[in-house]
Design a protein around this ligand. Structure first.
Ligand SMILES: O=C(O)CCC(=O)C(=O)O
Ligand SMILES: [Fe+2]
Length: 315
C-alpha cells in the first residue's frame, strides 16, 4: 500500500536531548536531535593536525597523494574568496588504511592517532544504535542497507585567515546526502538550522551541542518518514571554529527507493532508477564546486544542489 506523506513532513523544531543515544521518540519529535556522545571530540588534536599540515606543505602534499583523485587536506579557501571559507581534512577507514607508515608516524603525534581513535569509537558505538532507531521510526530495517560501513570523517577548520577574511560564509546552506551525520563542535557557535516550519529562517544551534541530523538518503529510504534538515555555518570574522563530522551513508549499491510506493515521490525514485553511488557522485561534484575544489560545466552554478535534489525526489 502506498504511504501518504506530506512533502516536508517536519514536526516541532525544538531539539530534544537524548541520553546516550536517541530513542524513536526523539527522532520523531524533532528535526535535529542533540545527542550525548560516547566520547568528546579531541579538538586539541584536531587543531594540532590542521596546524601541522598548514605549516608543512610537503606533508600535506604527501597526505593528498594517498587519495590523489580528490585529496584529503583541502585549503581552497586560502586562495579562493568565493568558496566556503574553511579548511577540511576528509578521512575514512579506507583512506586511513592507505596512509603510508612513515606518514602515519609523522602525523600520529600531531593529532592523527587521537582523531582515528575518536572516530572509531563513535562509529562503533553510535552507528548501529542510530540505524536501529531510524529503522524503528521508518518501520523498515535499514541495517541490511548499511553493511559496508560507508562512512566519512570530516574535520573542519573555519580559520580566520583566508582569501576572504571578512566573509560570513563558513559552509553554505545544504542538506547532507547520506543517511545521517553527527556534528561535533568545539563550543564556538556558527552552525544554523533552517526552521522546518519556516524555510528561509535560520536558527542558531548552541556551539557546545553534538547534533544528529538526517540526509537525503534517509528521506528516500524511509519513504519520507524522516526529514532531512538544511543547515549552514556562519563564520564570525577573526574567530576560529573547529568541528568534526561523521557522515554515514548506505552501501553504494543500494537503490535510492522507498520500501513501498510513496505518491509524492517521483517515478524515478519509486522505481529505484538510481543507486547511492550515482547520487553520491552527483552530490559530491556540486559540493566540491562550492568548496572551490572543482569546476562545474558552464551554466551549472552549483548552488542549486538542494533544489535539484528536490526535483529528483519529489513528484
Ligand atoms: O561545521 C559544522 O558544524 C557543520 C558542517 C557541515 O554541515 C558539513 O560539513 O556537512
Ligand atoms: Fe552538513
Amino acid at each position: 500500500m502506498a504511504t501518504q506523506i506530506s512533502q516536508r513532513q517536519y514536526s516541532a523544531y525544538e531539539p530534544t536531548l537524548a541520553q546516550s543515544s536517541p530513542t524513536t521518540a526523539d527522532l520523531l519529535s524533532s528535526a535535529i536531535t542533540f545527542i550525548e556522545p560516547i566520547t568528546a571530540a579531541p579538538f586539541s588534536a584536531i587543531q594540532s593536525l590542521f596546524d601541522h599540515l598548514a605549516e608543512n606543505p610537503a606533508t600535506a602534499a604527501a597526505l593528498n597523494e594517498v587519495y590523489s583523485l580528490r585529496g584529503i587536506f583541502k585549503a581552497a579557501a586560502t586562495i579562493n574568496p568565493t568558496c566556503d571559507q574553511k579548511l577540511t581534512i576528509d578521512l575514512s577507514p579506507t583512506r586511513n588504511a592507505c596512509i603510508p607508515p612513515s606518514l602515519q608516524a609523522e602525523l600520529n603525534p600531531h593529532g592523527l592517532a587521537d582523531v582515528s581513535t575518536f572516530f572509531t569509537a563513535v562509529t562503533a558505538y553510535h552507528v548501529p544504535q542510530i540505524i536501529a532507531s531510524l529503522s524503528a521510526v521508518a518501520d523498515r530495517d535499514l541495517a541490511p542497507l548499511h553493511t559496508k560501513l560507508n562512512v566519512n570523517f570530516r574535520l573542519i577548520d573555519y580559520i580566520p585567515v583566508t582569501a576572504s577574511p571578512d566573509s560570513q560564509n563558513g559552509c553554505g546552506a545544504h542538506t547532507d546526502y547520506g543517511t545521517f551525520s553527527i556534528i561535533f563542535q568545539d563550543g564556538t557557535a556558527g552552525l544554523e538550522m533552517e526552521a522546518p516550519e519556516a524555510p528561509g529562517m535560520w536558527v542558531p544551534v548552541p556551539g557546545d551541542a553534538t547534533i544528529l541530523l538526517c540526509g537525503w538518503c534517509a528521506v528516500v529510504l524511509t519513504g519520507g518518514k524522516i526529514a532531512a534538515v538544511r543547515h549552514r555555518v556562519r563564520r564570525v570574522p577573526g574567530v576560529r571554529r573547529l568541528s568534526a563530522v561523521l557522515f554515514v551513508a548506505p552501501d553504494l549499491v543500494v537503490k535510492m527507493a522507498p520500501a513501498e510506493r510513496v505518491e509524492l515521490f517521483s517515478e524515478a525514485v519509486n522505481e529505484g532508477h538510481f543507486d547511492v553511488r550515482w547520487f553520491k557522485e552527483v552530490m559530491g561534484k556540486k559540493w566540491r564546486y562550492r568548496e572551490g575544489n572543482e569546476e562545474l560545466a558552464p551554466g551549472n552554478d552549483g548552488f542549486e544542489q538542494d533544489i535539484d535534489v528536490e526535483r529528483l525526489i519529489w513528484k
